[in-house]
Design a protein around this ligand. Structure first.
Ligand SMILES: Cc1ncc(COP(=O)(O)O)c(C=O)c1O
Length: 362
């Protein structure tokens, strides 16, 4: 028997996640120096990591001979202060991606259904496939979630509905009123996974804590990979009803979050001035990119995250051309959007470079 025959059948239906290339790979492939490359492909923070997080992580190196605190006690205490929740309502993961997978472990199997937006974060789809659940795709004609259609798509087999606010890769978010209305109508047998990976960039993000308090089946996800600038340590968390969190805890690996990451998270959450600085710079950068691309006649959606979404023609070609010059953006063919690209909002210099390269390409 070969490996093909030995593997679980679902493995062959599993789409492969294609991450952006690393700086090292691009430098090697195009004969460029690493310092000359700008990566605006993965919605990382162009201003680096939170300095508070950096110092906490350095200090934490002193204790790395020991296993981490499997319960992330101190980090959960910090998170609980933000949302006024108990520690039993919080779970910490190796990136918020891990928590999406834990949801699959607990709630998905063949015969169950997952409702998601057709242009929503690809990991929802990967996890649904992994557990043999059926994906019910709801069109996103104006590039944000059609929440009414999502409600209509729910059947008795639906277990999870994923809504990202703002959505990746389109950057658009539904209004607070739309989201509140949606949550009110969520049936009792369905879990809403409300993904807030970019919420810190919003002027005022929706707040689902009151619904959680009233017993609605919701898990909200946050990540340290974006505004906190900590994509490399893999850290995210979820908050929701304590019964839901306790089920997720049953299926997670012990010690899933390492000591350095826990320390980094604690530092980052206290670093208000860094967060404020990044948020403001991001707003300015968004305007520069939206104005600059619009002036070139490109249809661009500024959204409310740390990236813009633009209709450029042949996205893959633009991506290749910019990459050969040492600027990496994200083509979106694997999202079924071959005419679009996603550009992370960079530093002032990176944004100008992006505009010049696109201008030259056209
Ligand atoms: C909408 C959304 N959710 C979740 C994630 C995953 O974040 P993490 O790095 O915490 O796994 C991302 C990362 O790009 C994202 O865009």
């Amino acid at each position: 028997m070969n490996y093909q025959e030995l593997a679980n059948p679902g493995v062959f239906n599993q789409p492969i996640y294609v991450p952006g290339k690393s700086l090292q790979t691009v430098a090697h492939e195009y004969g460029l120096s690493i310092n000359s490359i700008d990566k605006l492909a993965s919605n990382e923070n162009p201003f680096g990591a939170s300095p508070f997080a950096y110092h906490s992580m350095k200090k934490a190196l002193e204790g790395i001979q020991l296993y981490p605190d499997s319960d992330c006690t101190a980090l959960k205490q910090e998170i609980s202060k933000i949302f006024d929740l108990g520690s039993d309502q919080i779970i910490v993961g190796n990136g918020s991606n891990e928590i999406i997978e834990l949801l699959g472990h607990v709630f998905l199997r063949p015969g169950t259904e997952v409702v998601l937006g057709s242009y929503s974060f690809i990991v929802y789809r990967l996890v649904a496939n992994l557990f043999g659940a059926t994906v019910i795709d709801v069109p996103m004609d104006d590039f944000k979630h059609d929440l009414g259609a999502m409600l209509e798509a729910i059947t008795e087999n639906t277990r999870i509905v994923f809504v990202a606010s703002p959505n990746n890769p389109t950057g658009l978010a539904n209004s607070k009123a739309e989201i509140n209305e949606f949550v009110k109508h969520m049936p009792e047998h369905v879990i809403l996974c409300f993904d807030e990976a970019y919420a810190e960039y919003q002027v005022s993000a929706p707040n689902l804590v009151p619904f959680i308090g009233r017993g609605k089946k919701i898990i909200c996800l946050r990540t340290f990979s974006k505004i906190y600038g900590l994509g490399g340590i893999r850290l995210g968390y979820g908050y929701g009803n304590s019964n839901l969190i306790s089920l997720l805890n049953r299926v997670r690996q012990p010690f899933n979050v390492n000591t350095i990451a826990q320390a980094g998270g604690i530092g980052a959450l206290k670093d208000n001035s860094f967060i404020e600085y990044c948020r403001k710079k991001n707003e300015v950068g968004r305007k520069v990119l939206v104005d600059g691309l619009s002036l070139m006649g490109i249809e661009v959606y500024g959204g409310s995250a740390n990236f813009v979404f633009a209709k450029i023609g042949d996205g893959q070609k633009v991506f290749q051309s910019l990459q050969s010059e040492g600027l990496i953006i994200r083509p979106l063919n694997n999202y079924g959007l071959p005419e679009f690209i996603r550009i992370t909002i960079g530093t002032a210099e990176q944004n100008q470079r992006l505009l010049s390269l696109i201008q030259a390409y056209r």
